[in-house]
Design a protein around this ligand. Structure first.
Ligand code: UDP
Ligand code: MN
Length: 311
Protein backbone atom coordinates (compact mmCIF):
# COMPACT_ATOMS: atom_id res chain seq x y z
CA UNK A 1 0.00 0.00 0.00
CA UNK A 2 2.68 2.38 1.07
CA UNK A 3 4.67 1.37 -2.01
CA UNK A 4 1.76 2.26 -4.40
CA UNK A 5 1.31 5.71 -2.80
CA UNK A 6 5.05 6.28 -3.09
CA UNK A 7 5.07 5.24 -6.79
CA UNK A 8 2.11 7.57 -7.56
CA UNK A 9 3.84 10.43 -5.79
CA UNK A 10 7.06 9.88 -7.79
CA UNK A 11 5.22 9.61 -11.14
CA UNK A 12 3.28 12.85 -10.41
CA UNK A 13 6.54 14.66 -9.70
CA UNK A 14 8.18 13.30 -12.89
CA UNK A 15 5.16 14.27 -15.05
CA UNK A 16 5.02 17.78 -13.53
CA UNK A 17 8.74 18.23 -14.18
CA UNK A 18 8.29 17.18 -17.83
CA UNK A 19 5.29 19.53 -18.26
CA UNK A 20 7.19 22.50 -16.78
CA UNK A 21 10.24 21.79 -19.01
CA UNK A 22 8.05 21.67 -22.14
CA UNK A 23 6.33 24.96 -21.16
CA UNK A 24 9.64 26.77 -20.51
CA UNK A 25 11.24 25.61 -23.76
CA UNK A 26 8.28 26.90 -25.80
CA UNK A 27 8.69 30.43 -24.31
CA UNK A 28 11.02 32.97 -26.06
CA UNK A 29 14.50 32.91 -24.51
CA UNK A 30 14.05 36.33 -23.10
CA UNK A 31 11.17 38.73 -23.54
CA UNK A 32 13.37 41.81 -23.95
CA UNK A 33 15.11 40.64 -27.16
CA UNK A 34 12.05 41.21 -29.34
CA UNK A 35 12.76 44.44 -31.25
CA UNK A 36 9.32 44.38 -32.77
CA UNK A 37 9.45 47.88 -34.27
CA UNK A 38 12.66 47.08 -36.11
CA UNK A 39 11.15 43.89 -37.45
CA UNK A 40 8.16 45.80 -38.76
CA UNK A 41 10.26 48.46 -40.46
CA UNK A 42 12.55 45.78 -41.95
CA UNK A 43 9.62 44.01 -43.52
CA UNK A 44 8.45 47.33 -45.00
CA UNK A 45 11.85 47.70 -46.66
CA UNK A 46 11.70 44.13 -47.88
CA UNK A 47 8.44 44.93 -49.61
CA UNK A 48 10.00 47.94 -51.32
CA UNK A 49 13.00 45.95 -52.52
CA UNK A 50 10.90 43.04 -53.62
CA UNK A 51 9.05 45.38 -55.92
CA UNK A 52 12.42 46.61 -57.23
CA UNK A 53 13.62 43.07 -57.88
CA UNK A 54 10.41 42.20 -59.66
CA UNK A 55 10.63 45.27 -61.85
CA UNK A 56 14.34 44.74 -62.48
CA UNK A 57 13.54 41.54 -64.30
CA UNK A 58 11.00 43.37 -66.44
CA UNK A 59 11.60 44.92 -69.84
CA UNK A 60 11.76 48.43 -68.34
CA UNK A 61 14.94 50.41 -69.05
CA UNK A 62 17.41 50.11 -66.16
CA UNK A 63 18.84 53.16 -64.44
CA UNK A 64 22.36 53.47 -62.98
CA UNK A 65 22.40 56.25 -60.38
CA UNK A 66 25.96 57.62 -60.49
CA UNK A 67 26.87 59.62 -57.41
CA UNK A 68 30.18 61.54 -57.51
CA UNK A 69 31.47 61.33 -53.97
CA UNK A 70 34.15 62.24 -51.45
CA UNK A 71 33.72 62.79 -47.68
CA UNK A 72 29.93 63.13 -47.71
CA UNK A 73 28.94 60.22 -45.51
CA UNK A 74 26.18 62.03 -43.58
CA UNK A 75 24.59 63.07 -46.86
CA UNK A 76 24.85 59.52 -48.24
CA UNK A 77 23.05 58.11 -45.20
CA UNK A 78 20.11 60.37 -46.07
CA UNK A 79 20.39 60.02 -49.84
CA UNK A 80 20.35 56.21 -50.18
CA UNK A 81 17.02 55.49 -48.41
CA UNK A 82 15.43 58.64 -49.82
CA UNK A 83 16.23 57.98 -53.48
CA UNK A 84 15.47 54.29 -53.11
CA UNK A 85 11.97 54.95 -51.81
CA UNK A 86 11.46 57.73 -54.36
CA UNK A 87 12.43 55.57 -57.37
CA UNK A 88 10.62 52.51 -56.05
CA UNK A 89 7.40 54.55 -55.90
CA UNK A 90 7.97 55.25 -59.60
CA UNK A 91 8.66 51.53 -60.19
CA UNK A 92 12.00 52.26 -61.82
CA UNK A 93 14.59 49.46 -61.86
CA UNK A 94 17.76 51.11 -60.59
CA UNK A 95 21.00 50.60 -58.72
CA UNK A 96 23.10 53.19 -56.85
CA UNK A 97 26.84 53.53 -57.60
CA UNK A 98 28.86 55.69 -55.24
CA UNK A 99 31.86 56.97 -57.19
CA UNK A 100 34.29 57.51 -54.36
CA UNK A 101 37.35 59.54 -55.37
CA UNK A 102 40.16 57.73 -53.65
CA UNK A 103 43.26 59.51 -55.00
CA UNK A 104 44.70 62.66 -53.42
CA UNK A 105 43.99 65.08 -56.28
CA UNK A 106 41.34 67.78 -56.09
CA UNK A 107 37.77 66.60 -56.52
CA UNK A 108 36.82 65.92 -60.14
CA UNK A 109 33.08 65.38 -60.48
CA UNK A 110 33.10 64.98 -64.29
CA UNK A 111 35.92 62.42 -64.43
CA UNK A 112 34.25 60.38 -61.70
CA UNK A 113 31.06 60.32 -63.75
CA UNK A 114 33.05 59.25 -66.83
CA UNK A 115 34.67 56.42 -64.84
CA UNK A 116 31.34 55.31 -63.33
CA UNK A 117 29.78 55.36 -66.78
CA UNK A 118 32.47 53.09 -68.26
CA UNK A 119 31.83 50.61 -65.44
CA UNK A 120 28.06 50.41 -65.88
CA UNK A 121 27.38 51.10 -69.55
CA UNK A 122 27.06 47.47 -70.62
CA UNK A 123 24.46 46.65 -67.97
CA UNK A 124 22.21 49.71 -67.84
CA UNK A 125 20.11 51.68 -70.33
CA UNK A 126 20.44 55.15 -68.81
CA UNK A 127 22.36 57.01 -66.14
CA UNK A 128 21.50 59.70 -63.63
CA UNK A 129 24.43 61.86 -62.64
CA UNK A 130 23.22 62.69 -59.17
CA UNK A 131 24.59 65.01 -56.50
CA UNK A 132 24.49 63.23 -53.14
CA UNK A 133 23.15 66.31 -51.37
CA UNK A 134 20.15 67.03 -53.60
CA UNK A 135 17.00 65.14 -52.63
CA UNK A 136 13.94 65.27 -54.90
CA UNK A 137 10.84 66.06 -52.83
CA UNK A 138 8.13 66.13 -55.50
CA UNK A 139 6.89 62.79 -56.85
CA UNK A 140 6.06 64.43 -60.17
CA UNK A 141 9.79 64.63 -60.92
CA UNK A 142 9.82 61.51 -63.07
CA UNK A 143 13.18 59.79 -63.54
CA UNK A 144 11.96 58.17 -66.75
CA UNK A 145 14.03 56.90 -69.64
CA UNK A 146 15.07 60.08 -71.53
CA UNK A 147 14.01 58.92 -74.99
CA UNK A 148 14.38 62.24 -76.78
CA UNK A 149 17.42 63.79 -75.10
CA UNK A 150 19.07 64.60 -71.75
CA UNK A 151 16.48 65.08 -69.01
CA UNK A 152 17.48 67.71 -66.48
CA UNK A 153 15.57 66.94 -63.30
CA UNK A 154 16.87 69.86 -61.20
CA UNK A 155 15.96 72.71 -63.57
CA UNK A 156 16.79 76.33 -62.73
CA UNK A 157 13.18 77.12 -61.83
CA UNK A 158 13.21 74.47 -59.09
CA UNK A 159 16.82 74.19 -57.93
CA UNK A 160 17.25 75.88 -54.52
CA UNK A 161 20.47 77.68 -55.54
CA UNK A 162 21.13 77.86 -59.29
CA UNK A 163 18.71 79.76 -61.48
CA UNK A 164 20.39 80.49 -64.84
CA UNK A 165 18.68 79.12 -67.95
CA UNK A 166 21.56 76.93 -69.18
CA UNK A 167 22.16 75.28 -65.80
CA UNK A 168 22.25 71.46 -66.09
CA UNK A 169 23.99 70.52 -62.81
CA UNK A 170 22.55 68.66 -59.85
CA UNK A 171 20.61 65.79 -61.39
CA UNK A 172 20.81 64.95 -65.10
CA UNK A 173 19.53 61.82 -66.84
CA UNK A 174 21.04 60.54 -70.10
CA UNK A 175 20.68 57.54 -72.33
CA UNK A 176 23.86 55.44 -72.36
CA UNK A 177 24.26 55.78 -76.13
CA UNK A 178 23.89 59.57 -75.97
CA UNK A 179 26.49 59.95 -73.20
CA UNK A 180 28.83 57.87 -75.34
CA UNK A 181 28.10 59.97 -78.41
CA UNK A 182 29.10 63.08 -76.44
CA UNK A 183 32.37 61.39 -75.42
CA UNK A 184 31.22 61.90 -71.82
CA UNK A 185 32.35 64.96 -69.90
CA UNK A 186 35.59 66.95 -69.92
CA UNK A 187 38.36 65.69 -67.63
CA UNK A 188 39.89 69.15 -67.17
CA UNK A 189 37.76 70.24 -64.21
CA UNK A 190 39.56 69.71 -60.89
CA UNK A 191 37.99 71.57 -57.98
CA UNK A 192 34.52 73.04 -57.90
CA UNK A 193 32.46 74.29 -60.84
CA UNK A 194 31.97 74.81 -64.58
CA UNK A 195 32.19 71.15 -65.69
CA UNK A 196 28.40 71.10 -66.03
CA UNK A 197 28.41 74.31 -68.12
CA UNK A 198 30.98 72.80 -70.48
CA UNK A 199 28.78 69.70 -70.76
CA UNK A 200 25.83 71.90 -71.70
CA UNK A 201 27.81 73.19 -74.69
CA UNK A 202 28.73 69.61 -75.68
CA UNK A 203 25.06 68.69 -75.68
CA UNK A 204 24.14 71.70 -77.80
CA UNK A 205 27.03 71.14 -80.23
CA UNK A 206 25.83 67.58 -80.75
CA UNK A 207 22.41 68.96 -81.71
CA UNK A 208 20.66 67.50 -78.66
CA UNK A 209 17.86 69.23 -76.78
CA UNK A 210 17.72 69.34 -72.97
CA UNK A 211 14.33 68.36 -71.53
CA UNK A 212 12.96 69.21 -68.09
CA UNK A 213 10.04 67.85 -66.05
CA UNK A 214 6.77 69.66 -66.69
CA UNK A 215 3.73 70.38 -64.52
CA UNK A 216 5.71 70.89 -61.35
CA UNK A 217 3.68 73.03 -58.98
CA UNK A 218 6.33 73.32 -56.25
CA UNK A 219 8.99 76.05 -56.30
CA UNK A 220 12.71 76.54 -55.54
CA UNK A 221 12.13 76.20 -51.78
CA UNK A 222 10.27 72.88 -51.74
CA UNK A 223 11.01 70.87 -54.92
CA UNK A 224 14.40 69.69 -53.61
CA UNK A 225 16.14 69.47 -50.29
CA UNK A 226 19.73 70.67 -50.65
CA UNK A 227 21.60 69.18 -47.67
CA UNK A 228 24.54 71.55 -47.92
CA UNK A 229 25.92 73.82 -45.24
CA UNK A 230 28.39 76.04 -47.07
CA UNK A 231 30.64 76.51 -44.05
CA UNK A 232 30.74 72.82 -43.16
CA UNK A 233 31.09 71.64 -46.78
CA UNK A 234 33.24 74.32 -48.36
CA UNK A 235 33.43 74.49 -52.14
CA UNK A 236 36.95 74.24 -53.54
CA UNK A 237 36.99 77.39 -55.69
CA UNK A 238 40.77 77.84 -55.74
CA UNK A 239 42.29 78.50 -59.19
CA UNK A 240 45.93 77.94 -60.13
CA UNK A 241 48.12 77.81 -63.27
CA UNK A 242 45.94 78.40 -66.38
CA UNK A 243 42.88 76.81 -64.78
CA UNK A 244 40.73 79.93 -65.01
CA UNK A 245 41.35 80.45 -68.74
CA UNK A 246 41.26 76.79 -69.80
CA UNK A 247 38.09 75.87 -67.92
CA UNK A 248 36.20 78.74 -69.51
CA UNK A 249 36.76 77.20 -72.93
CA UNK A 250 34.89 74.40 -74.65
CA UNK A 251 36.98 71.19 -74.51
CA UNK A 252 37.03 69.22 -77.77
CA UNK A 253 39.88 66.94 -76.73
CA UNK A 254 39.16 65.16 -73.45
CA UNK A 255 36.37 62.84 -72.37
CA UNK A 256 35.60 59.14 -72.13
CA UNK A 257 38.34 58.28 -74.62
CA UNK A 258 41.13 60.07 -72.72
CA UNK A 259 40.15 59.25 -69.13
CA UNK A 260 42.97 57.82 -67.04
CA UNK A 261 41.74 55.93 -63.99
CA UNK A 262 41.71 52.66 -62.12
CA UNK A 263 39.21 51.00 -59.82
CA UNK A 264 41.04 50.16 -56.65
CA UNK A 265 38.19 48.23 -55.05
CA UNK A 266 34.51 47.59 -55.26
CA UNK A 267 32.33 47.29 -52.14
CA UNK A 268 28.75 46.07 -51.91
CA UNK A 269 27.04 47.86 -49.00
CA UNK A 270 23.57 48.34 -47.68
CA UNK A 271 22.31 51.43 -45.93
CA UNK A 272 18.99 50.80 -44.19
CA UNK A 273 18.49 47.74 -46.40
CA UNK A 274 19.25 49.72 -49.56
CA UNK A 275 21.90 47.92 -51.60
CA UNK A 276 24.57 50.05 -53.20
CA UNK A 277 27.95 49.66 -54.84
CA UNK A 278 30.90 51.80 -53.83
CA UNK A 279 33.63 52.09 -56.44
CA UNK A 280 36.94 53.34 -55.09
CA UNK A 281 38.29 55.28 -58.03
CA UNK A 282 41.84 56.48 -58.49
CA UNK A 283 41.94 59.24 -61.07
CA UNK A 284 45.23 59.95 -62.76
CA UNK A 285 46.32 63.45 -63.56
CA UNK A 286 48.47 64.38 -66.52
CA UNK A 287 50.27 67.38 -65.02
CA UNK A 288 51.50 68.54 -68.40
CA UNK A 289 47.84 69.07 -69.38
CA UNK A 290 46.10 70.01 -66.11
CA UNK A 291 48.69 70.96 -63.45
CA UNK A 292 45.81 72.43 -61.40
CA UNK A 293 44.76 68.94 -60.21
CA UNK A 294 46.93 70.04 -57.28
CA UNK A 295 47.24 73.68 -56.30
CA UNK A 296 50.30 74.45 -54.26
CA UNK A 297 49.48 77.30 -51.87
CA UNK A 298 52.50 79.34 -53.14
CA UNK A 299 51.33 79.01 -56.75
CA UNK A 300 47.76 79.92 -55.77
CA UNK A 301 48.77 83.18 -54.14
CA UNK A 302 51.12 83.95 -57.07
CA UNK A 303 48.49 83.33 -59.74
CA UNK A 304 45.88 85.23 -57.73
CA UNK A 305 48.18 88.25 -57.47
CA UNK A 306 48.82 87.98 -61.21
CA UNK A 307 45.15 87.88 -62.08
CA UNK A 308 44.57 90.87 -59.77
CA UNK A 309 47.39 92.72 -61.60
CA UNK A 310 45.69 91.98 -64.93
CA UNK A 311 42.44 93.49 -63.63
N1 UDP B 1 31.02 66.21 -53.93
C1 UDP B 1 31.54 65.36 -52.95
N2 UDP B 1 32.61 65.76 -52.21
C2 UDP B 1 33.22 66.96 -52.41
C3 UDP B 1 32.69 67.83 -53.38
C4 UDP B 1 31.60 67.43 -54.11
O1 UDP B 1 31.02 64.26 -52.74
O2 UDP B 1 34.20 67.26 -51.70
C5 UDP B 1 29.91 65.73 -54.79
C6 UDP B 1 28.61 65.59 -54.06
O3 UDP B 1 27.86 64.59 -54.70
C7 UDP B 1 28.00 66.94 -54.28
C8 UDP B 1 28.39 67.23 -55.73
O4 UDP B 1 29.69 66.67 -55.84
O5 UDP B 1 26.62 66.93 -54.10
C9 UDP B 1 28.39 68.70 -56.12
O6 UDP B 1 29.24 69.45 -55.26
P1 UDP B 1 28.67 70.64 -54.34
O7 UDP B 1 27.52 70.13 -53.54
O8 UDP B 1 29.81 71.22 -53.60
O9 UDP B 1 28.16 71.68 -55.43
P2 UDP B 1 26.91 72.68 -55.38
O10 UDP B 1 25.99 72.16 -56.44
O11 UDP B 1 26.28 72.65 -54.02
O12 UDP B 1 27.48 74.02 -55.71
MN1 MN C 1 25.67 70.96 -52.87
Amino acid sequence: MLKTVYLRFVSIIVLTAIAVTVMISSLPLSTDICKCEELISDSKHEILHKSFQESSTSDKPKLAVLVPFRDRFDELLKFAPHISNFLTRQQIPFHIFVLNQNDRYRFNRASLINAGFLQVKDHYDYIAMHDVDLLPMNDNLKYEYPVDGPLHISGPEYHPKYHYATFIGGILLLRVDQFELLNGMSNRYWGWGLEDDEFYVRIKDAGLEVYRPRNISTGPENTFLHVHDRLHRRRDTVKCYEQREVTRRRDRETGLNTLLYSIERRYELTINQVPLTVLNINLQCDKTQTPWCECDSKIVSKSQTESKKKL
